[in-house]
Ligand binder design. Structure first.
Ligand SMILES: C[S@@+](CC[C@H](N)C(=O)[O-])C[C@H]1O[C@@H](n2cnc3c(N)ncnc32)[C@H](O)[C@@H]1O
Length: 329
């Protein structure tokens, strides 16, 4: 349940997840009093924060994400119970089909009733992410199927991930009880970590106004929209599109605010327009993961972070290390 950096890990792999970028991102953001993550997905960046923040807000437009965190807050044990299930292809297919049909009304139910959550949807969604290969889990492409009456028609079928390491499906020695306890403890830790975090479910732009950001003081913003290149298929936002361009335009407009430290993710070159506005670059290395084509492997190798002018520059960290070493000598 720990990431490589020793912080709490997300309990499921997420396509485009940024757990391996945490060290670079937090080096650039420092320890701001306020933190906002408008495209949170697995919340890997929040969970990878070296210290717990004063005010923290995560958002995603996907109802499955919002339901997962609400269910974890209100009944982590029940979510753990539903997530605890062997990897089984027939179950993966059947549960995927069932979940896709829930998605039509899930957001409506979440927004209509502050007490509403569904621990079965949360647990199965998490279990499926750990068993599914690549993107497309509960995706919007599937949501748009014209007929969902006959369970599963048109829902893509694939062999489950048989690698032993994904999230809650990793190899745990011992009996069923050991795995159940492992999952339960992990979810309880997530429940504790998320206790003071505000979770919103909607469009990214809603959490970037002044009342959510700079009114609270120095604010770190981590922006990880679906990339323009690479055909990632998320449950919301679908495949490709121009969202990343709109996000970059917001960055151009707001990057010079001294109360904002902004980090934007993309592939090499994607947001280089920002360099002429005083932004600087940092690199990080993603897992090759399920990248099979040459293009996908190249995209993985070119993961880039654009850091706004008021982020902590890499130079500064090296200088302070140098000062420390000189003093110590
Ligand atoms: C690249 S993923 C984020 C991954 C995340 N940083 C992580 O480490 O798991 C992009 C996310 O943006 C969400 N998304 C797509 N369109 C959105 C929108 N208009 N507003 C908010 N979130 C959106 C998707 O549901 C997806 O979770």
């Amino acid at each position: 349940m720990k990431s490589r950096a020793g912080t709490l890990a997300a309990p499921f792999p997420y396509f485009g997840g940024k757990s391996l970028a945490c060290a670079e991102v937090w080096a650039a953001l420092g320890d701001p009093v306020n933190y906002v993550e408008p495209f949170s997905g697995s919340a890997a960046m929040l969970l990878g924060r070296p210290t717990e923040g004063h005010i923290e807000t995560i958002n995603d437009a996907d109802g499955f994400v919002a339901n997962f965190w609400r269910a974890i807050s209100l009944d982590a044990d029940a979510v753990a119970k539903h997530a605890d299930w062997p990897v089984n292809e027939a179950d993966l297919y059947a549960r995927h089909s069932w979940l896709v049909r829930q998605s039509q009304t899930l957001i409506e139910r979440l927004l209509a009733d502050p007490d509403y959550y569904d621990s079965k949807i949360a647990g199965w969604w998490c279990w499926g992410l750990c068993s599914w290969i690549g993107d497309g889990w509960c995706s919007s492409v599937n949501h748009k199927l014209p007929s969902l009456g006959d369970a599963g028609r048109g829902i893509p079928r694939q062999i489950p991930s048989l690698s032993a390491s994904a999230g809650i499906n990793r190899q745990i020695p011992g009996l069923c009880n050991s795995r159940s306890q492992f999952i339960r403890e992990w979810f309880e830790k997530l429940q504790d970590r998320l206790r003071n975090v505000r979770v919103t479910c909607g469009d990214w732009s809603r959490v970037l106004n002044e009342s959510v950001t700079t009114r609270h003081g120095l604010t770190g913003v981590f922006l990880d929209p679906p990339y323009t290149k690479g055909n990632m298929d998320y449950a919301v936002g679908g495949v490709g599109g121009t969202l990343a361009d709109v996000v970059r335009a917001w960055c151009v407009e707001n990057g010079n605010n001294p109360l904002l430290r902004i980090v934007l993710c993309g592939h090499a070159g994607e947001h280089d327009e920002l360099l002429s506005h005083g932004w600087h670059l940092r690199k990080w290395k993603a897992h090759k993961g399920y990248a099979l084509s040459d293009e996908a492997v190249a995209n993985t190798a070119s993961e880039t972070l654009w850091c706004s002018p008021h982020c902590i520059p890499e130079r500064k960290i090296q200088e302070s290390l140098f000062d420390f070493e000189t003093e110590a000598a």
